[in-house]
Every structure is written in C-alpha cells, then in structure tokens.
Design a protein around this ligand. Structure first.
Ligand code: ADP
Length: 249
C-alpha cells in the first residue's frame, strides 16, 4: 500500500476562539497531486500552516511521514512556496543563485558556508526549472513567471519529497502559468514529487491534479476532480459566485 506522507485525523484548529478548521480528516499519499480549493476565508492557508507545523491544532492528530507532528524533525522533506513568494526578497539586490541558496538553510542549520553538496543541489534545482543560465541575474530584473520558477527551485534545493504551493500563479501571465503547470506535472510524474496545490483557479485544478479537496472550514469533499467538480456540488461550495470563480474574473 502506498505510504501516507500526511495524515490529519479529527483536526480542529484556529486562532483564539475562532475555530477556523473543524473536524478535518485528510490523507495525502506519496505520489499524489492534491488540489485544495474553497472560497476566500475557508481555511486553505490555515490547513497548510497545520501541515507545515507553523500552527498547532487545538485537538486532533497530525502525522507527517509516519511521525506525530510534535516529534517530526524532517522538515527539509517538505518544501513550501508561499503566496507572492518573491515580494519581500525582490526589494533587495539579491541574485537568482543567492535566492535558491537560501533553500539550503534548514530549521537546524541557519548559518554556514556553501559546501560542494550545496552548490550541486542549487545547480540541479535551477536546471530543473530551466533557470540555470539566469543564475547571476538579479531577482528584480526577472518576469513574474521566472521569479516563480526561481522560488520553486529554492524549495527544490533541499530535496523535498513533498512540495506545498499556496496560490502560486497569482500575478503571473497566462503563458507562464501554462509552462508552470507543465513543470509541476513533470516534477510529479517523472520525479515522483508529491504535491499539494492551493488554487483559486478551478479550471486548472480540474485539469492538472490527481485529487481535489474542497474545503469550507471542514473538508466538504475529497476525490477525483471529475467526480468532485460537478455543477451542483460546486454551486453549494461557492454559491452564486461560482461563475466568477470558474471564469477567473
Ligand atoms: P483562505 O486561505 O481559504 O483564504 P485562511 O486560512 O487564510 O483562508 O483564513 C481563514 C480564516 O481565518 C479567515 O476568517 C481569516 O480571517 C482567519 N485568519 C487567518 N489567519 C489569521 C490569523 N493569523 N489570526 C487570526 N485570524 C486569522
């Protein structure tokens, strides 16, 4: 049986008295490409925070790579590409290479010299997103699509087994988005990387992911895109805003 990389059982979590996530049960298997969709404020980012160990659940169990999250220490196995990943670093004169080298820092190793093993990991990560030839360029000289690929490389530099992406294509043009999803697909199918993608773009989710979880403070539905993304169900999740969501306006 394929191993569960992530397992949430009866998880309740939130901020203060606001229980944003209620009774969440979710398993992500090795090799999955899971899309998470739901209206604004439905708890998608909060769910990612639980998976990334940034937020501790009030009750319930989170198991990461077979270990209870409180005892889990293999954080380098989980790569994360946050929303608007480039926006803070782009204020500084930082190069593509330097940005990806930050991905070699781990929770237990913050300051060090770049070792040969780091150099190879950075080169390979840049190569896999087709950005090695841009390694000396400044981040703020790149297009939105290129910046996004650099941040994927930064996440890949620690050799994660699971990559978590939060709304990664916001502000990226349509052509670069298509290239980006091709990249994700090849990382998933050819390199066996497990992916979790939060996206507001239901069309993309329907075409690219292997399973989809719909969330509105609890998991409303989880399964294959063709079974989940049927009209009636989506109307229930998004109400009258469905047309806007589907057409991306
Ligand atoms: P989504 O990613 O689906 O838009 P979020 O997980 O960001 O949803 O937010 C879910 C709810 O939790 C919202 O009502 C939001 O206002 C609230 N929330 C998110 N982050 C915090 C925080 N740090 N402190 C208090 N409330 C928060």
């Amino acid at each position: 049986m394929t191993e569960n990389l992530i397992e949430l059982q009866n998880v309740n979590a939130g901020y203060g008295s606001d229980m944003v996530l209620q009774n969440i049960n979710l398993a992500v298997k090795r090799g999955d490409f899971l899309g998470i969709i739901g209206p604004n404020g439905s708890g998608k980012t909060t769910l990612l925070k639980i998976i990334l160990g940034i937020l501790t659940p009030k009750t319930g169990t989170v198991t990461l790579f077979g270990k209870n999250s409180a005892e889990f220490s293999g954080w380098q196995k989980i790569g994360y590409v946050p929303q608007k990943a480039g926006s803070n670093l782009m204020k500084f004169p930082i190069t593509v290479w330097e940005t990806v080298s930050l991905g070699r820092l781990t929770r237990s190793r913050w300051i060090d010299f770049e070792r040969p093993i780091d150099t190879r990991a950075i080169e390979n990560a840049l190569q896999s997103v087709d950005m090695l030839s841009h390694k000396h360029r400044l981040l703020n000289e790149l297009s939105g699509g290129q910046v996004q690929r650099v941040f994927i490389a930064k996440a890949l530099a620690s050799h994660p087994e699971l990559l978590v992406l939060d709304e990664p294509t916001v502000g990226v043009d349509t052509e670069s988005q298509a290239k980006f999803y091709e990249l994700l697909k090849s990382l998933n199918r050819e390199k066996g990387l497990t992916l979790i993608l939060v996206s507001h773009d239901i069309d993309v989710v329907a075409h690219e992911v292997s399973s989809v979880a719909c969330i509105n403070r609890t998991i409303i539905s989880h399964g294959k895109p063709k079974d989940i993304l049927k009209g009636d169900f989506m109307k229930k999740l998004y109400g009258e805003h469905l047309r806007m969501v589907v057409h991306g306006h």
